[in-house]
Ligand binder design. Structure first.
Ligand code: GDP
Ligand code: IMO
Ligand code: MG
Length: 449
């Protein structure tokens, strides 16, 4: 009845491609956390769609939901919807009334705080989309929810309470002369009211908002199939990730229950599929034990993988850092999410190397450990214990995708089987290229229930 797709590593594992494939069998595709910090690439019939907020399933004509656990920037939402319509699609997207809205001051404060932190080791390298500040306000009970935007009186009351506080933070803590800056409107109650009231009107007029738990519960009662689309990844989860170099939500599978109003017993009866990239890539800051940056040879290898794998941020265009696959990180993800299956992407990118390695374990204080330490400082002290694999040659990956698993080069299959065994979950799919058809699908999680 439900399939939850979760990033196993640091985000950008290629979740969009799998959501797109399996989303074909779902009736509803639901995002349960994050906002327009996500960047999911979906390629269909040669057209590439880059989505940061709209659920990937919208490209497939499914009902797309932004759950209560999401933070929604209405400007991004309407821009993406308009772009999809220009490309000839007719997306049906509904937003939870309990989801929190990102306001312009959240973006401004995200940018300022990152700049302040850049003098220390604490900057997370955020996407500057206002994600963290919006979740802060949610927890601080001063957020503005999508449902609040539907009623002009409530919206104004909320703005009148919170905006002076935000202005004071910007001016008195960060020393910004708000009225003389480019951001005066971001801290002005009347300007904000006008814009957000208009978004609210559009939400109402287009019947775009739902009581998420009720809406999904109805679909479940009707026997519909639900796909929960995680954004980001386990190691940048605010609870289970490498704090403070994390995002401010819970990409892990538990987030699917909290972030939608569908109970954990329902989600737990379904499948939880971890999406794994065959190596690591990372846009943000912080340690990375298996990073390829030790010497010129490693840096050349990282450049090669970066170019071949197109490892530049979907949202920000930043070059991503590159490392070998990190097994302790995957074991941690398997436990935190309870994977019933995995998909391993990008094995084509590693083809043609002289040697393929994985970080099998870590060495910490002279001892070998197999999972991640709980503090990021200790994680940064870990030295990877590398394991070498036979490399595999470049092949015609489109032909491999057509022929199936046995057509994958034997050395690559050994690599895959090692990963599956260590993670303790079967491989449902293998990504051999960016397109939807460049995937070897071994199982459909909707069929295995
Ligand atoms: P997401 O955020 O997890 O959905 O992933 P992104 O879309 O940000 O990044 C994944 C990138 O890799 C996209 O450009 C995909 O088109 C591409 N991609 C996904 N799977 C594969 C694969 O198996 N091989 C290759 N070469 N590219 C892939
Ligand atoms: P998808 O869904 C990779 C990273 C940022 C930064 C940290 C906090 O495409 O996998 P934020 O803006 O969320 O406050 O930034 O999290 N980050 C991602 N990295 N993929 C993503 O999403 C990410 N979303 C946020 O780079 O280190
Ligand atoms: Mg991405």
């Amino acid at each position: 009845m439900t399939v939850t797709i979760v990033g196993s590593q640091l985000g950008d594992e290629g979740k969009g491609a799998l959501v797109d494939i399996w989303g074909g069998d779902a009736d509803v595709v639901v995002r349960y956390q994050g906002g327009d910090n996500a960047g999911h690439t979906v390629v269909q019939d040669g057209t590439e769609y880059k989505l940061s907020l709209v659920p990937s399933g919208a490209v497939r004509g499914k009902v797309g939901i932004l759950g209560n656990g999401c933070v929604v920037n209405p400007e991004t939402l309407f821009d993406e919807l308009d772009t999809l319509r220009e490309k000839g699609l007719d997306p049906d997207v509904r937003i939870a009334r309990r989801a929190h809205a990102i306001l312009p001051y959240h973006r401004v404060l995200d940018g300022i705080e990152e700049e302040v932190k850049s003098d220390s080791d604490l900057a997370a390298g955020t996407t500057k989309r206002g994600i963290g500040p919006t979740y802060e306000d949610k927890a601080g009970r001063r957020g503005i929810r999508i449902g609040d935007m539907l009623d002009p009186e409530v919206l104004r009351e909320r703005l009148e309470y919170v905006v002076p506080q935000k202005r004071a933070v910007a001016e008195e803590i960060y020393g910004l002369d708000v009225d003389e800056s480019d951001h005066a409107d971001a801290f002005d109650v009347d300007a904000l009211f006008e814009t957000y009231n208009e978004y609210g009107r559009r939400f109402r007029e287009e019947s775009m908002t739902v009581n998420c738990g009720d809406f999904l519960g109805q679909h479940i009662d009707d026997g519909d199939e639900l796909l929960f689309e995680g954004a980001q990844g386990t190691s940048i989860d605010i609870d289970h990730g490498i704090y403070p170099y994390v995002t401010s939500s819970n990409p892990t599978a538990g987030g699917a229950a909290v972030g939608t109003g569908v109970g954990p017993t329902v989600i737990g009866q379904g499948e939880v599929v971890g999406i794994v990239k065959a190596y690591l890539s990372r846009v943000g800051t912080g340690p990375l034990p298996t990073e390829l940056d030790g010497d010129d040879t490693e840096e050349e290898l990282a450049d090669f993988i970066r170019e071949k794998g197109g490892e530049f941020g979907t949202v920000t265009g930043r070059p991503r850092r590159i490392g070998w696959l990190d097994m302790p990180m995957l074991r941690h993800a398997a436990r935190a999410n309870g994977f019933t299956g995995i998909a391993v992407n990008h094995i084509d990118v590693l083809a043609g190397l002289d040697e393929v390695k994985v970080g099998h374990a870590y060495e910490l204080d002279g001892e070998e450990i197999e999972t991640m330490p709980a503090t990021t400082e200790r994680w940064g002290e870990c030295e990877p214990v590398l394991k070498s694999f036979e490399p595999w040659d470049e092949v015609d990956w489109a032909a491999v995708a057509e022929e199936g698993y046995e057509a994958i080069p034997e050395a690559a299959r050994e690599y895959l089987e090692y990963v599956s065994e260590e993670v303790g979950a079967p491989i449902y799919a293998i990504g051999v290229g960016p397109g939807r058809e460049e995937t070897v699908v071994r199982a459909n999680p909707f069929d295995s229930q």
